[in-house]
Design a protein around this ligand. Structure first.
Ligand SMILES: [Zn+2]
Length: 145
């Protein structure tokens, strides 16, 4: 969690020290001025470090936001047709993709095979039968030959 308050606090104390120095520099001896300047440098160094942390945190959250946007965009373009997913790109249909991998891990795993609309996922090993699947019993095949 980023703490902007700490950075603001460091800048505020740097400003306070600078004001004190400006208003009372004539009253301070050299050693006191040096001490005040050292404190000023310390506060500015703290502020610099805290601002760098904030910057890093902002970069990370930008990246997270981008990843989430991409995920939402993918999700919006997926359609489920029993028993797998298609990814729509305008009128173009891409896929099919594994229902199990997408629903559980949000992974787009392209299904393999397709003969007789039977597909397999190389990731989770699940097989899918599409709407064009035709049941063929072994006995029927046996009688034919
Ligand atoms: Zn899968």
């Amino acid at each position: 969690m980023i703490d902007i308050g700490m950075a603001v606090g460091s800048v505020k104390s740097a400003i306070e020290i600078a004001k004190t120095l400006k208003d009372s520099a004539d009253l301070f001896d050299k050693a006191e001025v040096k001490l005040q300047l050292a404190e000023l440098i310390g506060s500015l160094a703290d502020a610099k470090m805290q601002i760098a942390e904030i910057q890093e945190s902002l970069i990370n959250s930008e990246k997270e936001k981008k990843d989430l946007r991409k995920k939402i965009e993918i999700k919006d373009n997926m359609i489920y047709e029993k028993s797998y997913y298609w990814k729509m790109d305008g009128d173009k249909k891409d896929g099919p993709f594994c229902q199990r991998c997408f629903d559980s891990d949000e992974k787009l795993i392209r299904l393999q095979g397709g003969n007789n609309d039977v597909w397999a996922c190389a990731q989770c090993n699940k097989t899918f039968r599409g709407p064009a699947y035709v049941y063929k019993s072994r006995t029927t095949n046996f009688r034919r030959t």
